[in-house]
Design a protein around this ligand. Structure first.
Ligand code: ATP
Ligand code: MG
Length: 272
């Protein structure tokens, strides 16, 4: 069973993330190295929800991959709870830009993959995996294979896989980018509900200014490549945030405008 506090809320040990002067360049076979990130600083308090927005190619997935321990950095320092990130952190759950489900495993077996990798007791997590699938509207699909699901359904299964252990750090790379508008709205609301219950640390990467402002405590705006932090905006909108109330509010529109203005100033968006 998941530990619970006296109000029945889950107790997750949320992670602190520190990114200090991190640069990343990729060597390219026939040409100059590509500098993807240039001296990025980011300090994320445990239990906060931070969204990163930036134009295509500015290094958002690179930043996530560094934090996930999947790519080595070129310079600077990256820590989770004070420990240098050199390999995937046991506390981190990752949702990638594409679902990356294993086609030969059923949906249930895909969701349980992190449990098997960590050699935990699989049977103890089966009910939880089914609950998660139910919560995202995938009841009855546990025995199906990825090819039998739509793109949006596969992405929802991938989110369940990241949540199976209620990670203290949830790294999400444009998780809703491929979803239709209705499913996306539902997933945004569900993510807020999950986070209000767990209060884990979330780093949420997106192209969508509106979903960043709606979900996050802080929105980090990155410059075009090489990615740097252009703006660190605190979003002061009370929670729980309701979809239409918030989207219609003056403060929400003000924050969205602030981010757009940065993109316009950088030529990422043309004002019209
Ligand atoms: N493995 C790699 N080898 C060489 N260059 C890479 C590699 N991965 C990323 N890049 C380059 O680094 C830059 C940043 O890529 P990244 O995928 O981090 O951008 P992004 O902000 O996630 O873009 P998008 O919004 O389109 O997903 C791009 O110029 C990309 O071409
Ligand atoms: Mg990306």
């Amino acid at each position: 069973m998941r530990p619970a506090d006296k109000d029945g809320a889950a107790v997750v040990h949320s992670a602190a993330v520190k990114v200090e002067g991190v640069s990343k360049s990729y060597s390219v076979r026939d040409g100059d190295d590509v500098l993807a990130l240039d001296r990025v600083d980011l300090d994320i308090a445990p239990g906060s929800f931070v969204a990163v927005v930036g134009p295509s190619g500015c290094g958002k997935s690179t930043l996530l991959s560094l934090l996930a321990g999947l790519t080595p950095l070129s310079s600077g320092r990256l820590t989770i709870d004070g420990q240098d990130v050199t390999k995937p952190h046991p506390k981190a759950g990752v949702v990638f830009q594409s679902d990356l489900l294993l086609y030969w495993r059923s949906i249930l077996d895909n969701v349980l993959l992190p449990i098997e990798i960590k050699k935990l007791d699989r049977a103890a997590y089966v009910d939880r995996a089914r609950d998660l699938l139910d919560q995202v509207g995938l009841q009855g699909f546990d025995g199906k294979f990825p090819f039998e699901l739509s793109g949006g359904m596969r992405q929802r299964a991938a989110i369940c896989r990241a949540l199976i252990q209620e990670p203290g750090l949830l790294l999400m790379d444009e998780p809703f980018g491929a979803l239709d508008a209705l499913t996306r709205e539902q997933m945004i609301m569900d993510l807020q509900t999950m986070w209000l219950r767990l209060r884990n640390t979330v780093l949420f990467i997106t192209h969508g200014i509106d979903e960043a402002v709606f979900l996050a405590d802080r929105v980090i705006v990155m410059s075009p490549r090489p990615g740097r932090v252009d703006l660190d905006l605190t979003i002061d909108i009370p929670r729980p945030r309701r979809w239409s109330g918030v989207h219609e509010s003056a403060s929400f529109q003000h924050y969205v405008r602030e981010v757009r203005e940065i993109f316009e100033a950088k030529g990422v968006l043309v004002a019209h």
